[in-house]
Design a protein around this ligand. Structure first.
Ligand SMILES: C[S@@+](CC[C@H](N)C(=O)[O-])C[C@H]1O[C@@H](n2cnc3c(N)ncnc32)[C@H](O)[C@@H]1O
Length: 270
């Protein structure tokens, strides 16, 4: 947000003066850090998307959806059952399989539902509800939403739940509350929830293609001209991290949402 505001201030000062920043952030620790980074900007914090004031809005969500809760289902005896957390005999948290078929299985696509015995599939009613709420607001007030996250364009079976603590992978059930839990985002479910709530969907496309279409290569070429070689190396390395297919360029996807009939959004068309 700090980078976006700095750029907006330069290229569209009138827009910068008119805009208001609303951050939806549940973590008090991160709110304090954001306040420092965004000092001097008019910023308000909210606990939930539904607390935002009415009116048109541009929503930027970078690595937000991956932090929202998922359910994991396990194929067991031909049924999709909930993968539950239970206490082991040793007193630790462990996974167990639910005793009956889960009603959430109706959210699986026909292809995923046919996955073989012991497969794991993930669904997120929270992400669908969040996207529906954003889309309804967009359809009503106008605006646009840009969501960037790692995940897959088509629904697929698989266990993508992971925990990261102090920049290291961590066992997901250890130290609850102390590690960052995330899962890959199913962008086909995001697109479907948005369309059902009355907006147009742009993408998803891979982050590398999106940033290249927006001119990241040309921008980096301009920037490296005016800096020393160490800084130029950092800029080029940073750009590669974002767009190289074996780094963030392919796994990360970008999806845009906007009112029906809004012209194609930049980055989504070649
Ligand atoms: C991986 S971070 C991404 C941070 C930031 N957008 C960036 O690009 O660096 C995920 C953020 O979502 C916040 N978050 C998690 N669950 C949330 C929820 N239910 N409502 C609002 N924020 C949430 C976390 O506190 C964290 O700031």
């Amino acid at each position: 947000m700090a980078d976006a505001l700095r750029a907006v201030r330069l290229v569209a000062p009138g827009f910068h003066a008119a805009l208001r920043v609303h951050l939806v952030e549940t973590s008090p620790v991160l709110r304090a850090r954001q306040a420092k980074v965004l000092e001097g900007e008019a910023v308000e914090w909210h606990e939930r998307l539904t607390d935002l004031p009415p009116g048109p809005f541009i929503l930027l969500a970078n690595e937000f959806l991956d932090a929202l809760p998922i359910h994991q289902l396990v194929k067991h005896g031909g049924q999709w059952r909930e993968r539950q957390v239970a206490l082991t005999e040793a007193g630790d948290f462990g996974f167990q399989v639910g005793k009956a078929a889960s009603p959430l299985a109706r959210l699986l696509t026909p292809e995923v539902a046919q996955a073989p015995e012991t497969s794991i599939a993930e669904v997120s009613p929270t992400i669908r509800g969040t996207i529906a709420a954003i889309s309804r607001r967009l359809a009503h007030y106008g605006g646009a939403a840009l969501l960037i996250d790692y995940g897959y364009a088509e629904a697929a079976a698989g266990d993508s739940l992971q925990a990261v603590r102090r920049h290291q992978y961590h066992p997901v059930l250890q130290d609850p509350g102390e590690a960052d839990l995330t899962a890959h985002v199913d962008f086909s479910a995001v697109g479907a929830a948005a369309r059902m709530s009355g907006v147009d969907v742009h993408g998803p496309i891979e982050q590398g293609a999106f940033l290249t279409r927006l001119g990241i290569l040309e921008r980096a070429q301009r920037l490296v001209r005016d800096v020393d070689s160490a800084k130029a190396h950092d800029l080029v390395e940073g750009m590669h991290r974002l767009i190289a297919p074996d780094r963030m360029g392919s796994l990360f996807k970008v999806i845009g949402l906007g009112p029906v009939g809004l012209s194609a959004l930049p980055g989504f068309v070649s």
